[in-house]
Structure formats: structure tokens, C-alpha cells
Design a protein. Structure first.
Length: 589
């Protein structure tokens, strides 16, 4: 079915004569067959957002509907790949048209000529339903790709292809259903705006180890949880996202470069193939899907990129994997919504954003979670959604930040003053929070005992006390403080500099295991306890601050994993002895 363009306004095209089309249908626009999606229908007139540049397009050009909603192709070949916002593979498009991509280029998302080794799992006669595994493909050295029965297919397997190498569009199995025999390939298609189904959803109860001490110890996120990283320009949002992508203990990372600068995506593309996965020593790209829709790419595709990324993540979740979706940034996505809403002449909400901004954000974040996957196997998978927010001028009272805060359970507030002081990650410990502490407490206690959470709470208390004492110091100076308050200031400084601050360029400090985090913080707090006991015995505070062991505590975070345990015990013993010497020296005087 085809219609005719009556109006072109940037990425918005209005066409009439499409009475039989539906909202969300994909259409082909003009002689170049540009890809678009129907946003709304009024009679036979459709408003279409076009995912490519519309210059040169005018009234009278043809619009042809495909009758299918905006969908992604799911199957082997997505990992170690880079797509644009509507899942077109950029390396293959570059090979066809060069560095400047030609409009209307139509390339399948999955390579149709590459062969994959298919190992059958199902047998003729097996009763199967949605989510059951037909066979497996070793997609990369890190990930075993499970070829599953698509949603809506249920019946008896009548034929399965033998083990061998096949392309993704070859038939690998046949299932007899109520409606007849259905041939299945390695490829599934799924509408991006519809959540993939699951059997059951669980409360997230296991933390995601990011290797970043301020995150894992003070403001942890659960696997299957949601988090936001707001911050002004230059505060390190992208660096935090990169660190999470590199070191998080998830099986697969889907990184969505949504409206940010192109050179940031270039950094990822240059860096990830060289970085080794700490779990298996393989390049990080072997478990990563990149979606690039940078600020110079079509704005409408930016809006779609978020849904493309979360749908790919749900597909890998359905195999039983833990997946992290990193969106950088949802503010640029919201700006794309605002632009399209304005062109549609919809009633604007606060600051010009559409009235449905909060519900669209919720639709994205609510697709995260820990689920029992469909299928006869007892598989559990998770999708963890982490979105960067770029409020203008760092003002988190603006609509995108406020709507995000109402939805997510972890808030890592980046502070430009910390970034300018070269304190990274520049997460402000006074304004950030995690609402997963109660559900994760049992896991931390089971792994490390009660002291882990006690240390966390004590460290937070000391940092809050320091903030209050700094007000006094600004008024009357540090000399007016009591020895106990001066010790609080010193301990808080150690927590900030020796524990929270990390150097991403030093291998030993870029990632910290839970055991190392626990011991580092325990050393600082042990120092505080011992010094307070010494002050009760009238020890000299300046002498306690000057002990050699304190410098070794600061350097301990740079120790490699093999020697850290021995260093920890030695430093504790040395610290106790030196504090005893300070007490003894005071008594002699």
C-alpha cells in the first residue's frame, strides 16, 4: 500500500492515502526508500518520523508501508559489532558506501553470508514452546549463543538439522504447530517498542560488581536494577559508563551512544578491542554490542536507539545471561523526543518536553529486572539499565533528571567540583543514594559477615560528620576543633583519598574486588578506632597523624591482588605498633 507526501518538516513527513496502515508501521519514503516509522494516524493521513536525512524530499513523493512494526533482527553476529540507532551494521555500510553513508542504504542487521557452527540440542519428537533451546552457536570465545524457539511457536519438533556450519537464514529445525509446520532459522524478529515476555520476575538480590569502590561499597546497584548518572559537562559521566562497561561482572554489555559526541564512541571503538576481560582474558568487544547514534546522526534514529539496545539486551537475557545496558545519554534521547513532539505540534510540557516524557522513561527503565526465562530449562537472566543524564548547567531540577529520579533506585550524582579537583569517580557521597541496600544486605553479610555493612555505615557517618565540621572550619579555622574532631577530619580525608578515589590508568587501581574493597576500608577505620583509643590515653594527635603506616595505607590500593592480602596484615600490625609507640612516648613526657 502506498501514499503521497503532503508535508516535509525536517525528520517529520506527513503523507496521505495510507488508510490501511497502522501506528508504528515501518514505511519507505521517496525514491531513495528512506526508512521511517508512523507516529500517529488521522483518517488516512499519517505522521512519519524518518530515520535518515530528508533534504531533497518534497510533496508528491511516494510512501510505501511494509505493514510491519519497527523491529530488530536477533541472532548470531550481534556481538563484536557496531550498529546505528535502527540496527544497521555500520562496518558493512561503510564497506558499501565509504565513510559518508549513502541515504537509503539497506543492509541486513545480521550477516547473511557468514557461516556459524550449529550444534543441535532438540531432537525430533520433543515438545517445545517459546524460549526452548533448539541448538547452540559459539558466537564468540566468551559467549555461547542459544538458538531459541520464537514467541508464539509451540508444538512438536519434526526435524532438526545435523551439526555443521550454516548461515543465519538457513532452516535449522521444523516444528509442527496447530497451524501447520513451521520452519525455524537462527534469526528472530522482535518489535523494539514491545517488552519481550518472561515467565516470572524476581526482586534483585545480588549486587553488580563494578570494581569502583564508591559504587560497590557505598552506593551499590543490584543485577537487574536501574541507575542514573547525572552530572554537568566535564564531570565524568562517559568515563563512569566506560568503567562500568569494562569491569562489571555481567556476561554481556550493550552500550548505547545516544546523541553524545562522536569522538566518545571512537574512544570505545579504539579501546575495547585492546582491553582484556578480567574474567577470561578475551577482548572486551567479544561480549559487547555497540549502538552508535551520535549527535551528528539523524535525530529520529536517536529516539529509536534506546529501544533497539534494550530489546537486544532482553534477547540475551532470555538465554540466561546477565546483561548491562548503558545509555549515554538519556537527556539527548529526551531532546529527540522534544524535537519530534514540537514538529508534531503537540502540547508542550515543562521546558518544552512532551507531556509523556516520564512515561517513556519509565517504559525504558521498567524493562530492566531479574527474570525466570521462558522455556522448560530453569534459566534466570537479568537486564541492568544504567542511564547517563546531562542536565543543562548541571541543574538536576530539570524535567529529565526529575523524571529519572522518580523511576530509578540508584542515583550516582556527579559533582563538577570533585572533577576539577581531579577526584574520580566524581560521585558526590552526600547527594548520591542507593535504594538496594536493604535487599543486598543479606548477600554482603553472607559473603563477608556483619562487619562489611557496619564499615559502610561508619564510613558514611564519618563523611557526613566531616561535611558538618567543614562549616565550622570555614568560620573559625581547624585549630579550634577538638582532637577528636580533628581526627574525624583526618579519617574522612583518608576515606576520600585512599579509598573512594581511583585511577583508571593504573591497572591495580582501575578495578577493586569486593575483598580488596573490604580490607582497604577496614584499614582506614581500624586506624580511626586505634587513634581514638590512643587519644583517650592522652596521646599526641600530631604524632598519630605522622606515623609511617598511614602512608602505607594510602599506597595499599596500588598493590596487586597477589600481594595485597599479606600487605594488609603487615600494615595492620605495623600501625598498631606505631600507635603504641606514640602512646608510650606521650607517657614518658
Amino acid at each position: 500500500m502506498s501514499g503521497t507526501i503532503t508535508k516535509v518538516s525536517g525528520p517529520l513527513v506527513v503523507a496521505e492515502g495510507l488508510a490501511d496502515a497502522n501506528v508504528s508501521d515501518v514505511v519507505r519514503v521517496g525514491s531513495q526508500r528512506l526508512i521511517g516509522e508512523i507516529l500517529n494516524m488521522t483518517g488516512d493521513t499519517a505522521s512519519i518520523q524518518v530515520y535518515e536525512e530528508t533534504s531533497g524530499l518534497g510533496p508528491g513523493a511516494a510512501v510505501v508501508t511494509t505493514g510491519m512494526p519497527m523491529s530488530v533482527e536477533l541472532g548470531p553476529g550481534m556481538l563484536d559489532n557496531i550498529y546505528d540507532g535502527i540496527q544497521r551494521p555500520l562496518p558493512e555500510m561503510r564497506a558499501l558506501s565509504g565513510d559518508c553513508i549513502t541515504r537509503g542504504t539497506d543492509v541486513p542487521a545480521l550477516n547473511r553470508s557468514k557461516k556459524w557452527e550449529f550444534v543441535p540440542v532438540a531432537k525430533p519428537g520433543d515438545k517445545v514452546g517459546p524460549g526452548d533451546v533448539l541448538g547452540t552457536v559459539q558466537e564468540t570465545s566468551a559467549i555461547l549463543h542459544k538458538i531459541m524457539v520464537p514467541n508464539g511457536v509451540k508444538g512438536e519438533v519434526t526435524w532438526v538439522i545435523k551439526k555443521g556450519e550454516y548461515t543465519v537464514d538457513e532452516t535449522v529445525a521444523k516444528v509442527k504447530t496447530d497451524k501447520g509446520e513451521r520452519a525455524l532459522t537462527m534469526v528472530q524478529r522482535w518489535p523494539v517498542r514491545i517488552q519481550r515476555p518472561y515467565a516470572r520476575k524476581f526482586v534483585p538480590a545480588r549486587p553488580m560488581n563494578s570494581g569502583q569502590r564508591i559504587i560497590d561499597t557505598l552506593f551499590p546497584i543490584a543485577k537487574g536494577g536501574t541507575a542514573a548518572v547525572p552530572g554537568p559537562f566535564g564531570s565524568g559521566k562517559t568515563v563512569v559508563q566506560h568503567q562500568l562497561a569494562k569491569w562489571s561482572d555481567v556476561d554481556i554489555v550493550v552500550y548505547i551512544g545516544c546523541g553524545e559526541r562522536g569522538n566518545e564512541m571512537t574512544d570505545v571503538l579504539m579501546e575495547f578491542p585492546e582491553l582484556k576481560d578480567p574474567r577470561n582474558g578475551e577482548p572486551l568487544m567479544k561480549r559487547t554490542v555497540l549502538i552508535a547514534n551520535t549527535s551528528d546522526m539523524p535525530v529520529a534514529a536517536r529516539e529509536a536507539s534506546i529501544y533497539t539496545g534494550i530489546t537486544i539486551a532482553e534477547y540475551f537475557r532470555d538465554m540466561g545471561y546477565d546483561v548491562a545496558v548503558l545509555a549515554d545519554s538519556t537527556s539527548r534521547w529526551a531532546e529527540a523526543l522534544r524535537e519530534m513532539s514540537g514538529r508534531l505540534e503537540e502540547m508542550p510540557g515543562e521546558e518544552g518536553y512532551p507531556a509523556y516524557l516520564a512515561s517513556r522513561l519509565a517504559q525504558f527503565y521498567e524493562r530492566a529486572g531479574v527474570v525466570q526465562c521462558l522455556g522448560s530449562e530453569d534459566r534466570r537472566g537479568s537486564v541492568t539499565a544504567i542511564g547517563a543524564v546531562s542536565p543543562p548547567g548541571g541543574d538536576i531540577s530539570e524535567p529529565v533528571s526529575q523524571a529519572t529520579m522518580r523511576i530509578v533506585k540508584v542515583f550516582w550524582a556527579l559533582d563538577s567540583s570533585l572533577a576539577y579537583a581531579r577526584h574520580f569517580p566524581a560521585i558526590n557521597w552526600l547527594t548520591s543514594y542507593s535504594l538496594y541496600m536493604d535487599t543486598l544486605r543479606g548477600w554482603y553479610t553472607e559473603q563477608f559477615g556483619e562487619k562489611y555493612m557496619q564499615n559502610r555505615e561508619k564510613a558514611m557517618h564519618i563523611l557526613q560528620e566531616e561535611s558538618e565540621l567543614q562549616e565550622i572550619v570555614r568560620l573559625v579555622g581547624q585549630d579550634s576543633l577538638s582532637p577528636a574532631d580533628r581526627l574525624t577530619m583526618e579519617t574522612a580525608k583518608m576515606i576520600r583519598e585512599d579509598f573512594l578515589q581511583q585511577n583508571a590508568f593504573v591497572d591495580e587501581d582501575a578495578f577493586s574486588s569486593y575483598a580488596k574493597q573490604y580490607r582497604l576500608l577496614d584499614m582506614v577505620l581500624e586506624y580511626d578506632v586505634l587513634c581514638r583509643a590512643a587519644l583517650d590515653k592522652h596521646a599526641d594527635l600530631d604524632g598519630l597523624i605522622a606515623i609511617d603506616a598511614r602512608e602505607k595505607i594510602g599506597r595499599a590500593k596500588m598493590a596487586d591482588a597477589k600481594t595485597f592480602g599479606a600487605d594488609y596484615d603487615a600494615i595492620i600490625d605495623e600501625m598498631k605498633q606505631q600507635i603504641e609507640d606514640v602512646i608510650a612516648g606521650g607517657e614518658e613526657e
